[in-house]
Design a protein around this ligand. Structure first.
Ligand code: C2O
Ligand code: CU
Ligand code: CU
Length: 568
C-alpha cells in the first residue's frame, strides 16, 4: 500500500519509457522533492458510487500564445465531460488556464485525473469540503502515465473554488507553469437571487509571470525568490497579457481569483468607484459590502458586483493594484517585480463599455444567510489551536517545524465533528526585536511547548544575515527585517474570522491595507500581516484524516511552511 519514495526505488520502479524521455534530469530533481512522502496506490472508480457528473481531467504540456510572437511552453489542465449537464465544462478561449468546472451543491462527482506531465502530480480542490483521501494530499501523488480517480459529493454552498496541483515541494512550479482552474458551485439560495449570469458572469484570474526574450516562462532561480516568493513583471488576467474586458452598460458579476504564487494585490477601480463585494472564498456574504479597495492574497477569491450602467459607450475603467506597504521586508519591496513592484501602483485590467443597453439588474440587499458560530460553540474557547508563523534561516515554518509527513504535534490532532478556535500569529523575532510583540491574550495554547514559540524561535541563526546581503542597517533587527505577510490557508471547511489585532510598531503599514479586509464572509485563506494575530473559528466535520494547513505563498508552501491536521 504505502511505500516510501526514494531515488533508488524510483529508478527500479518507474517505466523505462519515462527514463528514455528527454526530461530525465528534471524528473530526478522532482523526485528529490518526494522524499519522505509515502505514496499510496492510486484510487480507482468505485462501482457503488453513482456519479451525476463524470469528468476526465488531463494535465499535460502545451504551447500557448500568451505574448506576441513565439508561443509559450506551459503545463495545462484540459477536461472532457463523460456525463452530466453540458455547462459543467467551459473552456477559457486561448488561455493556459484549465476550464471552468461548474458544479451544483448535492451533485456526486467523479473525476479521472490523468497525469500526462513528466513529473508526478496530484490535484487539490481548494475550498471544497471533501473526504481526506479525495483532497489531493501529496501522499496521493501519481506518476506520469497514471490515473487517479476522485469521487465526492458537493457539500459546499455556492462559491468559487480552485483546482490546482499539490505535489510535495513542486506545487508552486506546477501552478506557475499553468496548472490551475476554477470551480464554480451553484446552489438554490444563490439561484433565487438571479445574479448576473452567462456572459455577464466573468472569471477574473489574476496572475503574475516573468518571460524571457523567447517568450518562455522564467521561474525562481534564487534562494531569495523562494524566501520572499517569486514575483513576475507582467500581470496576466485569465492567461492574457494586457487584458481588456468589453462590457455592456449594465451589471456584471466578476468572479475574481488571485492565482499568483506570491503576489498580493490591493484591488481598486481607478476612477475612485468603490468595489462592491458580494462574496469571498466560501461564498456569498449576507449583505453586500462597499469598499474603497480590497486586498487579495494568493488563493483568495472575491465575488464582485460591477455595475457599468450609466457609463457611456466608449468609456473605460481600469482595475488597479493601489499602493500599500508592509507585506514584504523593505528590501523585498524594492527589488521585486521591476515595473510592477509589490505594493506599487499598476494596472491589472481594463474594462471598456462597448454597448449601451437599458436593462440592468439591481443589487439585492440581502444575499444569503450564514450560520455563524460563537467562541462559546468551540471545543476550546480558552485554548486556541496555535498556527505560529516563523520565517527562519533558509526555512519557512509553521508551529516551529517544516512540513514532514507523519510528524503530528498533539495540538495538530483534532477530534472529528468539533468546532475549533484557532489563533494565527507570528513567532519570529527571537533576538528580542519588534515583531515578537504579539500581545499575550492571557490564555494558553494547546501545547505546553507553545509558550516558547512566541518568545524566540526561528530567527536564531546568524547565517540568515548573509542572505540579507548587507541590509543590516535597515529596520529593527532580524525579526522585523524578515517579517512579511502570509496568506494562511486551511484545507477542509471554510472558517470565520473572529478578530484581528495589529502588530506593535506596524500600524502605519497596516493602515495602507486594513480597510481592504473582509470578515463578513466565510474564508479558507486569510492574509496575516507582519506582527498580526488573527483568530478564526473552523469546523472539522464529517471526515477524518489528514488535512493540510499552509501558507498560500506557494514558494513558502514548497519550502515547508505547511503542516497537517489529523482529524480523528
Ligand atoms: Cu490552494 Cu493546499 O492549497
Ligand atoms: Cu486548499
Ligand atoms: Cu508565507
Amino acid at each position: 500500500m504505502s511505500t516510501h519514495y526514494s531515488r533508488r526505488r524510483f529508478l527500479t520502479h518507474s517505466s523505462m519509457g519515462l527514463l528514455a524521455f528527454a526530461g530525465l534530469p528534471r524528473v530526478l530533481q522532482a523526485m528529490e522533492g518526494m522524499h519522505g512522502m509515502p505514496k499510496m496506490t492510486p484510487n480507482k472508480a468505485s462501482p457503488n458510487f453513482k456519479p451525476d457528473v463524470e469528468i476526465e481531467l488531463f494535465c499535460k504540456p502545451n504551447w500557448v500564445a500568451i505574448l506576441q510572437g513565439k508561443k509559450t511552453w506551459v503545463q495545462q489542465y484540459s477536461a472532457r465531460l463523460l456525463q452530466g449537464p453540458k455547462d459543467t465544462i467551459t473552456e477559457i478561449a486561448g488561455s493556459y488556464l484549465g476550464p471552468i468546472i461548474r458544479l451544483k451543491k448535492g451533485q456526486k462527482v467523479r473525476i479521472h485525473l490523468h497525469n500526462e506531465l513528466i513529473q508526478p502530480t496530484v490535484t487539490h480542490w481548494h475550498g471544497l469540503h471533501v473526504p481526506a483521501n479525495m483532497d489531493g494530499h501529496p501522499q496521493y501523488t501519481i506518476d506520469p502515465g497514471q490515473t487517479l480517480v476522485y469521487e465526492f459529493e458537493v457539500l459546499n454552498r455556492a462559491s468559487m473554488a480552485i483546482y490546482h496541483p499539490h505535489p510535495h515541494e513542486m506545487t508552486a512550479e506546477q501552478v506557475y507553469h499553468g496548472l490551475a482552474g476554477t470551480i464554480i458551485i451553484n446552489d438554490e439560495e444563490e439561484a433565487a437571487l438571479e445574479l448576473p449570469s452567462g456572459e455577464y458572469e466573468i472569471p477574473i484570474v489574476i496572475q503574475d509571470r516573468r518571460f524571457d526574450a523567447d517568450n518562455q516562462l522564467v521561474y525562481a532561480g534564487h534562494m531569495r525568490d523562494r524566501m520572499m516568493g517569486f514575483y513576475g513583471d507582467r500581470i496576466l488576467v485569465n492567461g492574457h497579457a494586457d487584458f481588456q474586458l468589453e462590457v455592456a452598460s449594465r451589471a456584471y458579476r466578476l468572479r475574481v481569483l488571485n492565482g499568483s504564487t506570491a503576489r498580493i494585490y490591493k484591488l481598486a477601480w481607478d476612477d475612485g468607484t468603490p468595489i462592491t463585494v458580494i462574496g469571498v472564498d466560501g461564498g456569498l456574504l449576507e449583505k453586500p459590502e462597499v469598499k474603497p479597495y480590497v486586498m487579495l492574497a494568493p488563493g483568495e477569491r472575491l465575488d464582485v458586483w460591477a455595475d457599468f450602467s450609466g457609463r457611456s459607450e466608449g468609456s473605460q475603467l481600469v482595475m488597479r493594484s493601489a499602493a500599500f506597504s508592509g507585506v514584504l521586508p523593505k528590501m523585498g519591496m524594492m527589488h521585486h517585480g521591476g515595473s510592477v513592484a509589490v505594493g506599487s501602483e499598476y494596472p491589472i485590467f481594463t474594462v471598456k463599455v462597448t454597448r449601451k443597453v437599458s436593462e440592468s439588474h439591481s443589487l439585492p440587499s440581502q444575499l444569503s444567510k450564514i450560520n455563524w458560530y460563537k467562541v462559546s460553540d468551540t471545543a476550546n474557547p480558552n485554548k486556541p489551536i496555535p498556527i505560529a508563523i516563523s520565517e527562519g534561516h533558509m526555512a519557512m515554518l509553521l508551529n516551529g517545524r517544516p512540513y514532514k509527513y507523519d510528524d503530528l504535534q498533539d495540538f495538530e490532532r483534532i477530534k472529528v465533528d468539533t468546532i475549533q478556535l484557532m489563533e494565527i500569529f507570528h513567532a519570529h523575532g527571537g533576538m528580542g526585536h519588534g515583531a515578537a510583540a504579539t500581545q499575550d491574550s492571557g490564555e494558553d495554547h494547546q501545547s505546553g511547548g507553545m509558550g516558547g514559540m512566541r518568545g524566540g524561535m526561528g530567527m536564531g541563526h546568524k547565517g540568515g544575515m548573509g542572505m540579507m546581503g548587507g541590509m543590516g542597517g535597515m529596520g529593527g533587527g532580524m525579526g522585523m527585517m524578515m517579517a512579511m505577510a502570509h496568506p494562511i490557508h486551511l484545507h477542509g471547511q471554510s472558517f470565520q474570522i473572529v478578530s484581528r489585532s495589529v502588530g506593535a510598531g506596524t500600524e502605519d503599514d497596516y493602515a495602507t491595507v486594513s480597510e481592504g479586509f473582509i470578515e463578513s464572509g466565510l474564508k479558507d485563506t486569510v492574509l496575516v500581516m507582519p506582527g498580526e494575530t488573527v483568530r478564526i473559528i473552523k469546523p472539522f466535520q464529517d471526515f477524518k484524516g489528514l488535512f493540510m494547513y499552509h501558507c498560500h505563498n506557494l514558494e513558502h508552501e514548497d519550502m515547508g511552511m505547511m503542516r497537517d491536521f489529523s482529524v480523528e
